[in-house]
Design a protein around this ligand. Structure first.
Ligand code: SF4
Ligand code: SF4
Length: 144
């Protein structure tokens, strides 16, 4: 099995993908509205859209960038959605070897280690670092 280390480079690539969608849980909506000091309804009107019957973050007008991306930084990093927080370690991605390979090819935070490297994470479940991206996202999961 290939071994990798992970350290987010803060490239912001995952916050500006053409097809990814960042879904919002009720807790995300409440936390973000509070952080922005606006009512939840106004938050949804300004920053969210409906996709497949669920709330998701909007993108900027005529752009593939998340509405909260500012250069390479997330304007709501501390309060970002749970999906952003988890990226790139989505359970469904970890459980699917092909999806996991695609993720490692997409996200530049992964570095493949040699066979004898002592810090090797021998399985995707043994990640040795948390995603610290400003953004966090990703072609798989996020935006549309
Ligand atoms: S998690 Fe996102 S910002 Fe971090 S290295 Fe991967 S693609 Fe870049
Ligand atoms: S971390 Fe999430 S909320 Fe922040 S810019 Fe990236 S996609 Fe948007």
């Amino acid at each position: 099995m290939k071994s990798y280390t992970f350290e987010c480079t803060q490239c912001a690539k995952c916050c500006k993908t053409p097809r990814g969608v960042v879904y919002l849980e009720a807790q995300d909506i409440a936390r973000l509205a509070k952080a922005l000091k606006i009512p939840r309804l106004l938050f949804l009107l300004k920053y969210a859209r409906r996709i497949d019957g669920k709330w998701a973050l909007r993108k900027k007008w005529r752009s593939i960038e998340c509405t909260f991306l500012d250069g390479k930084l997330c304007r709501v990093y501390k309060d970002r959605p749970a999906q952003c927080h988890l990226y790139p370690f989505f359970p469904e991605t970890l459980a699917d070897p092909e999806a996991w390979d695609q993720m490692q090819n997409f996200c530049e935070g992964f570095t493949q280690l040699g066979a004898n490297a002592s810090r090797a994470a021998e399985s995707p479940h043994d990640r040795n670092a948390q995603c610290a991206s400003p953004p966090a996202f990703r072609d798989t999961p996020l935006h549309d």
